[in-house]
Design a protein around this ligand. Structure first.
Ligand code: NAX
Ligand code: ADP
Ligand code: K
Length: 517
């Protein structure tokens, strides 16, 4: 499990150490971690550190101090290091160390227009302008310089241009929300200190951070419960509902699905097939007879039925995919939402939410649908606002509705109504294709019906967060299945579902054979 904290949580954890006079020591640990990561990057790219060009953008605070000490370390290893001071103030000791190591210093405010071009030609560019002490985004000379660099350094780099390394976080990323205050220089690698910051693991910050590497500076004993968690492949075996010898289909769990309508057959087929692929005792399907017929040709193991929710005993329900303008399906969604059973409410069902929901109801909106869910709670936002701060709005929606909210995106965030966040970044942009969400709904439905609460307890997940963890698990498997199905090229929603059994099989294997490692 990967954990992340807000900037303030990290700063509070540092506070007792700073009060003990350990500030300089912490900074040395941070700077060494940063320098070591840069050395590894240089060795991979150039085969040596000696003779490489390293440019350090250094702001006025400790973030600049970390970056300057790292620059000094690299200069002593034979790099040609240049520091660009972005403010009229700087970390005095760190700059002195940088100069002693042979580094060259320029002031951003006094440099000519050629500076951005020169920096863009360096082997490594270190963003040490702002860290957790930032308020708002870059201003003045720093903003102008970063905007000019944004134009010169194209992303993705395809191996050309400098290796951009963010010190603690890319300057302009909000450590607590992942919001971007432009201009932000997108990093290839973010080396973060003491613990990952929430804003590095949720979009859009995650998109600007590149790979995130955490340097242990000894804050561990002082850190509170994390503000956000991410399941990793190693967490799956402990949570996965592997059937035991004494299990039969009803003890494993039955998922009921009320999806599809006259105009949308595909969503029901995709969701039901993905649920079967995820492994469930039984899938019951309720909906138009025509869909049942098609479904049974594709998935004869699905038991088709009619009637109400109460008449079709299940351990969990999936309602809503493709269910529009169909009064019978709407009635089933309402009944499922009131049943007290775990319910995955997707697409059409998101417009049918009752006033009172609990964490056992998992809403699965994309950003546009979350706008509607929030409107139903009297909150007026637009899609751009949700996309600019998905973690914040997912948490708001969970708090207001009382449900668990899984907000789909490049990184998918899950919020429990208790305020706990998960974020999964296992997907590939090839999965941005119609029906991919229906496949996720099927995977999640299957897990909602089958994951055992005692396994979640044993994994240290608090009861109010159980359904959030199940949703995160589904997003993890969906992302890995999509990545496997795409294999670097186009894929389809059906192919994502087909890839699930092999991905789960691999996840349950020995550690070194797991995907996503
Ligand atoms: N506290 C510690 O002892 C440690 C802190 N570490 C580093 O210290 C950083 C936090 O240091 P600071 O608290 O000095 O904060 P920062 O380095 O983030 O910078 C704060 C400084 O930037 C200025 N500033 C704030 N917002 C600005 C804006 N929008 N535009 C321009 N200037 C702005 C402030 O006036 C202040 O001088 C962390 O991110 C991390 O890199 C590490 O050295 C580990 C130990
Ligand atoms: N850029 C992206 N990168 C990774 N995953 C993505 C991206 N865009 C969308 N996805 C994933 O694809 C799925 C799309 O779901 P959704 O928008 O509901 O589509 P649909 O309604 O067509 O099924 C979600 O799981 C989402 O997380
Ligand atoms: K930074």
């Amino acid at each position: 499990m990967i954990k992340a904290w807000t900037g303030n949580q990290i700063r509070s954890a540092e506070a007792p150490l700073l009060a003990n006079g350990q500030g300089p020591e912490l900074m040395q640990r941070a700077a060494h971690g940063l320098a070591n990561a840069i050395v590894r990057g240089l060795l991979r790219r150039r085969g040596q550190v000696y003779g490489s060009t390293v440019a350090v953008l250094a702001g006025s605070g400790n973030n600049g101090g970390d970056a300057l000490y790292a620059g000094a370390f690299l200069a002593r290893r034979g790099a040609q290091a240049t520091a660009v001071l972005t403010s009229a103030r700087w970390h005095t000791e760190a700059l002195a160390a940088f100069r002693r190591a042979g580094g060259t210093v320029v002031q951003a405010g006094q440099a000519g227009p050629a500076l951005a071009g020169e920096l863009a030609a360096a082997d490594v560019l270190v963003d040490g302008i702002l860290g957790t002490g930032a308020s708002g985004g870059l201003r003045g000379a720093a903003a102008g310089l970063v905007a000019a660099l944004q134009e010169r350094i194209s992303r993705p780099t395809n191996g050309t241009g400098p290796l951009v390394v963010a010190c603690d976080l890319p300057s302009g990323v909000d450590a607590d929300t992942g919001q971007l205050h432009q201009p932000v220089l997108r990093a290839d690698l973010t080396v973060t200190f003491g613990g990952a910051k929430l804003g590095l693991l949720t979009d859009p910050g995650a998109g600007a951070a590149g790979r995130v590497w955490t340097v242990d500076i000894g804050l561990g004993p002082h850190l509170p419960e994390p503000a956000l968690r991410r399941l990793d492949p190693g967490d799956v075996p402990a949570l996965w509902p592997v059937p035991g010898r004494s299990d039969h289909k009803y003890t494993r769990g039955v998922l009921g699905i009320a999806a599809g309508s006259a105009s949308y057959h595909g969503a029901a087929l995709l969701a039901a097939r993905a649920a079967v692929a995820t492994g469930v005792g039984m899938v019951r399907y309720l909906g138009p007879g025509e869909i049942c017929g098609q479904l049974n040709l594709l998935a004869p193991e699905v038991v088709c039925g009619s009637g109400t929710i109460a008449e079709n005993r299940s351990q969990a329900w999936l309602v809503g995919p493709g269910a529009v303008a169909d009064p019978e399906q709407a009635q089933r969604a309402r009944e499922a939402l009131a049943s007290g059973l775990p319910v995955v409410a997707d697409a059409g069902a998101l417009d049918l939410l009752p006033a009172e929901l609990g964490p056992h109801v998992i809403l699965t909106p994309h950003a546009g649908e979350l706008v509607r869910v929030l409107a139903g709670q009297g909150v007026s936002v637009d899609r751009e606002q949700v996309e600019a701060s998905p973690a914040e709005f997912a948490r708001l929606a969970a708090g207001l509705t009382g449900a668990t909210v899984l907000l789909k995106g490049a990184a998918t965030v899950v919020a429990s109504p208790a305020g706990t966040l998960f974020s999964q970044d296992n997907a590939t942009a090839w999965m941005a294709t119609a029906g991919s969400g229906d496949t996720l709904a099927g995977i999640l439905g299957a897990l909602a019906a089958t994951v055992r609460p005692q396994d979640l307890d044993r994994a240290g997940i608090a009861a109010p967060d159980h359904f959030a963890a199940v949703a995160a698990l589904a997003a993890l498997v969906h992302g890995l299945a999509g990545t496997a199905a795409a294999a670097g090229g186009p894929t389809s929603a059906a192919a994502i579902g087909h890839a699930v059994p092999a991905v789960v099989r691999a996840l349950l294997r020995e550690p070194e054979q797991r995907p996503g490692r």
